[in-house]
Design a protein around this ligand. Structure first.
Ligand code: HEC
Length: 154
């Protein structure tokens, strides 16, 4: 026990401390075209998407304190980087066909219950979607995508 306290704990602490030198940057670039402003979903849909998706799919990420602590920071920064690459709510397409396609992808991700990621909702209780919220967003994305596609055909 004495040996543990004398060598192993300080050793573990030194490793942990040196990991902190390898913290990846946490970026929030300027918003280009915000989804809510551009697509104007109803207030409750906007509020749920803000709470459940914006941390990983926008440039308005609220970085928690543990996103500053390696090795956890590596996983969080990687999720956000990946999320932004797949769907960017801060750079919403102006083109109606492309916007419709994004809405359909959101619809699919909710339908298959892929999003929001489980590892996120475990910690962020306010991002857990009720069935009613999920349906409300899906009904809206469905109707809006159809409308955009109809308008693009004319
Ligand atoms: C913890 C971070 C996180 C949160 C929160 C999150 N996502 Fe994602 N999302 C990702 C990552 C990472 C990917 C990349 C693909 C993957 O890992 O499944 C992704 C992929 C996607 C995709 C693209 C799927 C594809 O087929 O390319 C869509 C659409 C999506 N998310 C929608 C949402 C919606 C809608 C919400 C909110 C209800 C949400 N996400 C919340 C991290 C997140």
């Amino acid at each position: 026990m004495k040996k543990l306290l004398k060598w192993v704990l300080p050793g573990a602490f030194a490793v942990f401390a040196s990991l902190q030198l390898f913290n990846p940057p946490r970026t929030n670039p300027p918003v280009k075209n915000d989804f809510v402003t551009a697509a104007h979903p109803p207030g409750d849909v906007a509020a749920v998407i803000h709470a459940a998706c914006y941390d990983c799919h926008s440039y308005e990420t609220k970085w928690p304190w543990y996103a500053h602590v390696a090795p956890v920071s590596w996983f969080i920064v990687s999720d956000v980087k990946n999320g932004r690459e797949h769907l960017e709510l801060s750079d919403w397409p102006a083109d109606p066909r492309r916007a419709a396609r994004q809405l359909e992808r959101i619809n699919e991700a909710l339908d298959y219950r892929e999003m929001p990621l489980k590892r996120y909702t475990l910690i962020h209780a306010d991002a857990r979607l009720t069935e009613a919220q999920r349906k409300k967003i899906m009904d809206w994305t469905d109707a809006t995508a159809a409308k955009l596609r109809g308008a693009a055909k004319k």
